[in-house]
Design a protein around this ligand. Sequence first.
Ligand code: MG
Length: 168
Amino acid sequence: MRIGIGYDIHRLVEGRPMMIGGIEVPYFKGTLGHSDGDPLLHAVCDAILGALGTGDIGTFFPDSDPGYKGISSRTLLSKVVEIMEERSMGVSNLDAVVIAEGPRIAPHRADIISSLAKMLKISPDRINVKGKTAEGMGPAGEGRAIEAHAAVLLSKMNNSAREDGEDV
Ligand code: MG
């Protein structure tokens, strides 16, 4: 088994969609980024790549590369999942924290978890997503940014739930 952590932060601006965990959440501001700026998916990508010992999202998808401009973070995560599967690893569980003054995460938690579960090819009960505010402090607390932290445990595919039939 291998453990990994990931962290990301993106600015919030008007006129952009608010992307959290691969879904668009209604809000008056959205995530600014070279890609669609989804901080949760980027944190998950970094957690998986960290667990694999293969660097980080910038190693594989440099933001200096115009080819990745405007790319969906779902595409980035699907490539990271391919890299993981090439090493015969799968996600045992994912725990994540999203920090933002708004929008509230709780009403969208089930959709975010479902989105992550499909991308990671695991059962939703292996994923936990928590929403926090920053109590008015710092860029997230002031509504200027959204942050995400993620921790994953990877295991060899032949030890993972794929074989005990839980995940199809
Ligand atoms: Mg990012």
